[in-house]
Design a protein around this ligand. Sequence first.
Ligand SMILES: [Zn+2]
Length: 148
Amino acid sequence: MSDDELEALVSRSDGWVIDHDNKEFYAGLAAERLLVDRCRSCGRWQHPPKPICPACWSTDIGAEEVAGRGTVRLWTVYRVFDPVLGGVDPAGARIVTVDLDEQVGLRLTSKFIGSRDPAVGDRVTTRFVDRAGSPFPVFVLDDGAEAT
Ligand SMILES: [Zn+2]
């Protein structure tokens, strides 16, 4: 994806602020891939994106794809005005913070979609849904099937 294509996508998405450090993460979302920063010197994953590895202080950082599977560490219900929906969903959005399998402490927070509430310790996987014309990652219960 070129910078112009990324800018066009970002211009349709509310609330995304793209900078040098996070542009690969958002370009990944546009392609329905989770690209997370990884230190090329020591191999440590980090999210959100930062220009320096907090473990070895290397600036040799690059984005690599993660599987998007993990374990629910915490969750909450978030009730706020959603400009995409044009109002407040009375049921709120269930938000989960997930420990990704790639590394202890590597966490990603996003919306949870499922027929029941999530629980701490649930195994989840990433799915992409359409949000205002752009792919948006959500977590769903991992039923053991391979992610598609
Ligand atoms: Zn490092």
